[in-house]
Write a protein that binds this ligand. Sequence first.
Ligand code: AMP
Ligand code: MG
Length: 326
Amino acid sequence: MDSALPHFLTSAPADLAQAAALLREGECVALPTETVYGLAADALNEKALAQIFTIKGRPLLDPLIVHVLDLAALAEVAEPDARLAKISHLWPGPLTVVLRRKPCIPNLVTAGKATVAIRLPAHPLFREVLRLTGRPLAAPSANPFGYVSPTQASHVRDSLAERCPWIVDGGDCEHGLESTILDLSTPGRARLLRPGPLTIELLRTLLGDVEVVTRASSHQFAQDAPGMLERHYSPATKVVLFAPGTTPEVEDDAAVVFIKRRPTSPLGAEVFNFSETGSVAEAAHHLFALLRQLDQRHYTSIHVELAEAVGLGLAYNDRLTRAAAR
Ligand code: AMP
Ligand code: MG
């Protein structure tokens, strides 16, 4: 019997050894991280990298994040920067740093740029596969380009199907939002390219001044951080945002999503809540799964409450704003 694709692998040692063997042979394997599921491939193998772009329908000008086990492995692919000493205790974790690249890194990874984005992921299954593979692994989110990122193994299967034949199932992703991206590739300048689970407030405490690159502050935006296209993480159903604490006026057959449960609901709408306590971390954890779920249900529109624009709220609002862009 030829079992249907994709094949799910587990945390069993034999399964992780198989995932590592596949990666060493140049195959792509979807792996869980603490942020979202990644579509991993050997970052030094051009053929394997090319498959990532084909499977995702990702434009070649969108560079990939390279995942490594430790700082020694980082130093093989990027030029370490002295400022890493101030932030490296945040690793392993949901922080990606852009540094000057080493020549061994193929142009496909960096979109031809002189820099490379590096992360030391914390997820134990991803780390074990990195250890067993012994290679740096490029891994963008395991979804079709532009769609909502996957936070469960079933999301990868639902949107990539047989295009991604191997998925390591690590359950729900802890953070549910993509990593924070910090650009340290220019001496004396630190720039936040993408807000994420590690907050700008924390990075400023450790590094001093950190510029925030926004769409408004850079016409070069698409080149600086191509994954930060205005429209990204988008469901097919129209997403409409409303200010924290307010109640939107909505048409019938709309869905309304509050961060914290409310005593009263808008008329005619179906109402969802992320959290009993109003925790933004909980909202972020569930955001992409709920957007996917609601996108299947043919609402006229999905109205989602924004968070206060501090801490994790910045990353949460950023993903929602992109999901709402048309
Ligand atoms: P993802 O698709 O979630 O894996 O995110 C990858 C994103 O990292 C890209 O879309 C870019 O925004 C960013 N990135 C990767 N490499 C670089 C780089 N060398 N310079 C700037 N941003 C980068
Ligand atoms: Mg992505």
